[in-house]
Each structure stands twice: as structure tokens, then as C-alpha cells.
Design a protein around this ligand. Structure first.
Ligand code: ATP
Ligand code: MG
Length: 485
């Protein structure tokens, strides 16, 4: 099916094919050239077709999708494009916010986030990552839930106190590495970690929803505050993508995508990932296509997207790019050369002379081949340009279907509580043993300590009791978050 997103100079519609949206896309252009509006126009069409959307809102200029636009404000464009059936429309949105200010709290438990993303957020080195992995392995294998930061601290303390046994089973664990992770967890707490590494964890399937009239829900991750920590921002979005990947079934190519995900400030994703993670991102982007998820990267500079991804993108919407430096000129040359166009079109010139809300559009035809590029004026959005007030935000949050599920945090029994009991018992045992020492000869006591240390005994019995109390082993997907069955 065709989505009309603009008109060419003969006022002929320029469209994208819905069945190609899972081949991913790019929206680029210098600041103020129309990227966000294009994203809104595309989102409105998708919602109308019943396709849910996930957007990150870095500037606070997306939540206004909920309100109908004012035709007066876009009168010139309507005239210019000869649009006489403009219908102001408000769209169904859900707001999410890691900090809970401008959306329902978006929380992720430590267990659910997994060691790969957490290690990135904490900026751990290789050795520290190793220790974090051990902590997760001990917890996962025993079905021990790490819900929040205090759980993670507990398990680290546990490893610290049973370092010998842990090292014997999993390889050397140094006290210095544990201490380093503990310090970084303090930093995470300073960033508000206790707010968002908590329960109830976001159930990603709640983002795949429609409203009563079967329009796709538009999920907006309010990221005005989150973006000030680029690493945290990109890991949250990446975690959402990997959750989608884990929970959606394989569907192959279909007429409509199951969901479209817009990744604003996309360069942050690639700049903040380690080499190993970057490889996984490439894999994820490739694999998620067959789950019917389309990803649009939004960025000022098209070269921010690594080649292996850029070369696969099915749709490119290029707003005006400016060339103040030789590097920028090279960027424009490079992107022009990558696009299919007739020789008489000077694409480099065209790209630099585009007007606001005008773009060069490269997309795939039904057979999957790139169509020759088209130059189009993008339609105006049917929703408003007016930013929401804080009161508006609160109203949307309170009216959300998911208010009851996510608004309040919960603190259920997890590693912290279970280990607290263990620590107490352990302390009691150690004390008892010290008393024993006084009674029995030194030599004998030392022998017993060696063969049957209370710590070993504690370690085993603690793990045994977790098994009984939690039961299920936790399986992880290839990005390290929970694997759904
Ligand atoms: N398709 C359009 N229809 C009507 N107005 C538009 C359109 N595209 C852009 N505009 C106008 O241009 C302004 C800037 O566009 P927009 O916010 O999309 O830029 P941007 O590329 O996202 O900028 P930044 O990089 O700063 O986020 C809009 O507020 C709007 O007034
Ligand atoms: Mg913008």
C-alpha cells in the first residue's frame, strides 16, 4: 500500500510502500529543515493504518501529535500544494518517561535489562564486565531476581564475601573489580537509577496497541532529560528494540509492518556502543526486519549511520544539508552518489538548496529495487505544532490505559531481601564458629575450616534456598535481555 508523504513539482504524489518499511530508513537534514515534521507526517499515516509507532522525543515537540492542527498556521503550504481536503486530526498517544516527569514511568528491572546493556551504561571495562556477567549468571541460573540496584549490590556483596568459592567456579574475581562496579552503581543512583531500574518493568507488548477506532498507538518516549545522558538514552532505546525482537514472532515480508520505531539522534547509538555491541546492533537491525519492525534513524548527518546499516536502508528522506566545511561537502557528495538519479539532476546542488519541509526521497519499488529519487514538498502534519504544557502531559498520563499498571512502583521480594536473610544467618554462623574455636584446639579447628568452611556451606545452602523460592532459570536472548518463550 502507498503512503503519500509529499508532492513533487507537478503536484504528483510521492509515496512510500508500506511493505518496504521494514527495510528501515533514514531521515536526515540540517537543523530546522523539517526532519521532525516529516517524522510526524509519517507517524500520522502509520497510526491511521493501525500500525503502532515508537518515537523518542528529544525536544518535546512530538506530544502535540495528540491535538488537531490549526489550518491557518499552514495556509501557505496548503495553498502551494493545492490541498483542499485538509482535516485537522489529533492522534492517540501514550507518553513514557524514564524519569516519570513527562510520561508514565518507564522502568526496567536489572534482570530484564541484562548484563550487556548494564555494562555499557556503567561504562565497565572488560574485567569488570566479566564480574558483572558472573553476578548475572549466579542469579539467572538460580532464578534469583535482580530487580533493582540494591539487589545488584547485594549479589556483589555476596560474591565479595564468597570470593574464593565464586572464583573457583567462575574464574578469578578480584575485590578491586567488585569495588569498582559498586562505585559505578553509586553513579547510576545519582543519575536516578533507583527510579528507572525498578519494577514494574515495561512489558514491551503494551507498546503494540491500538485505540478504540483501530488506529495504531503512538508511543512517545519523552527524552528531554534522558538525552542529557546520551549513553543511558541510547541503551534504553536499544533495550526496547531488543525486547521487541525477543517478543515478536517471525513474520517475514508482509504488506504492513507490525510496528515502526523512530530512533532520533541516532548517532548517539553508534558513538556510545563498544565494538562488540556495535556488531550486535548491526545484527539486531538486520534480524528485526523479519519480525515486521521498521526502524527509521533520524540524524543531522547521514554519515553518522555506519556503512553496513546505511547500505541496507530502504528509504532515505534527505532534507537540506549544508556544506560549510570540506567534510560536509564530502558528506553531501557521498550521499548523492549512493542514490539512484538521472544524470541531468545535480543532486549535490539540489540537496543544498532544498527548502524547509522539502526533501529528496529515495525509496524501494515493489520488487525491492531503489526507485529514482524524487524531490517533494512534504505534507503538513494534521496534528498541532503547539507544545503541550505540563498540565497537558499530566492529563495524558492520567488518562492512559496503562496508568494503573505503571504509575506506582512496586518492591517485591528479590535478591536484596533474600540475601539479607542469608547475610544475617551467615553472621550468626560465623559467630557460632568463633565460639567453637575457643572450645576446640586450634589445629583441629583449622582443619575443619579448610574442608568444610561455613562459607561454602552457606553459599550452597543459600543457592539451594533461592532455587526453591524462585524456581525458574532465566534465559537470555542474544542482546542479553530476557528471552521470551
Ligand atoms: N512538512 C512541513 N509542513 C509544514 N511546516 C513544516 C514542514 N516541515 C517543516 N516545517 C516548518 O519548519 C519548522 C522546523 O521543522 P522541524 O522541527 O521538523 O526541523 P528539524 O529538522 O526537526 O530541526 P532540528 O534538527 O532542530 O530538530 C517546523 O516547526 C515547521 O514550522
Ligand atoms: Mg527535530
Amino acid at each position: 500500500m502507498e503512503i503519500n508523504i509529499g508532492k513533487d513539482k507537478n503536484l504528483k504524489n510521492v509515496n512510500l510502500l508500506t511493505e518496504k518499511l521494514n527495510h528501515h530508513g533514514l531521515i536526515c537534514g540540517a537543523t530546522g529543515t523539517g526532519k521532525t515534521v516529516t517524522l510526524k507526517v509519517l507517524t500520522e499515516h502509520l497510526s491511521d493504518l493501525g500500525i503502532p509507532v515508537i518515537l523518542s522525543d528529544v525536544k518535546g515537540d512530538l506530544a502535540n501529535l495528540i491535538n488537531p492542527g490549526d489550518p491557518e498556521e499552514i495556509k501557505d503550504r496548503l495553498d502551494q500544494m493545492e490541498i483542499n481536503d485538509f482535516e485537522p486530526t489529533g492522534y492517540p498517544i501514550n507518553l513514557w518517561d524514564v524519569y516519570g516527569d513527562e510520561g508514565l514511568p518507564l522502568r526496567v528491572s536489572v534482570s530484564q535489562m541484562g548484563p550487556l546493556f548494564l555494562g555499557q551504561i556503567l561504562e565497565l571495562n572488560e574485567v569488570q564486565l566479566g564480574v558483572l556477567n558472573i553476578a548475572f549468571r549466579i542469579a539467572d541460573s538460580q532464578g534469583l531476581l535482580l530487580l533493582d540496584i540494591k539487589d545488584l549490590k547485594s549479589i556483589l556483596r555476596y560474591i565479595q564475601e564468597n570470593r574464593q568459592e565464586v572464583s573457583m567456579e567462575f574464574g578469578q574475581v578480584s575485590g578491586a573489580s567488585i569495588a569498582a562496579i559498586q562505585r559505578k552503581l553509586l553513579l547510576l543512583e545519582d543519575m536516578g537509577g533507583n527510579l528507572f531500574m525498578a519494577e514494574p518493568s515495561l512489558d514491551i507488548e503494551d507498546l503494540i496497541a491500538e485505540d478504540k477506532s483501530h488506529r495504531g498507538m503512538i508511543n512517545i518516549l519523552s527524552a528531554r532529560k534522558l538525552i542529557s545522558n546520551p549513553r543511558l538514552y541510547s541503551m534504553f532505546l536499544l533495550w526496547m528494540l531488543s525486547e521487541l525482537y525477543e517478543s515478536l514472532p517471525e513474520v517475514g515480508d508482509q504488506e504492513f509492518p507490525k510496528l515502526v520505531f523512530f530512533f532520533d539522534e541516532a548517532h548517539l547509538l553508534f558513538n556510545n556502543a563498544s565494538k562488540a555491541l556495535n556488531e550486535k546492533i548491526l545484527q539486531l537491525v538486520r534480524l528485526i526486519r523479519s519480525k515486521g519492525v521498521g526502524i527509521f534513524f533520524v540524524s543531522q548527518n547521514p554519515l553518522d549511520i555506519p556503512d553496513p546499516i546505511a547500505s541496507q536502508l530502504g528509504t532515505k528522506i534527505i532534507h537540506q544539508l549544508r556544506a560549510f566545511t570540506p567534510r560536509e561537502l564530502r558528506m553531501i557528495k557521498e550521499i548523492s552518489q549512493s542514490l539512484r538519479h538521472s544524470d541531468d539532476l545535480n543532486l549535490e546542488e539540489e540537496i543544498q538548496n532544498l527548502k524547509t519541509g522539502q526533501a529528496i526521497i529515495s525509496s524501494l519499488d515493489a520488487s525491492g529495487s531503489p526507485r529514482p529519487v524524487e524531490k517533494a514538498l512534504i505534507y503538513p502534519p494534521r496534528s498541532s505544532f503547539e507544545p503541550l504544557t505540563l498540565t497537558d502531559y499530566n492529563r495524558v498520563i492520567q488518562n492512559s490505559n496503562f496508568y494503573n499498571k505503571y504509575f506506582h512502583g512496586v518492591d517485591r521480594e528479590s535478591a536484596y531481601e533474600l540475601l539479607a536473610v542469608r547475610f544475617e544467618e551467615e553472621a550468626r554462623l560465623v559467630k557460632a564458629q568463633e565460639e567453637e574455636k575457643i572450645l576446640i584446639k586450634e589445629q583441629k579447628a583449622r582443619e575443619r575450616e579448610k574442608n568444610n568452611s561455613p562459607v561454602t556451606k552457606m553459599f550452597n545452602s543459600a543457592l539451594y534456598s533461592f532455587t526453591r523460592q524462585i524456581g525458574r532459570e532465566i534465559a537470555r536472548g542474544f542482546m542479553g535481555s530476557f528471552k521470551k518463550k
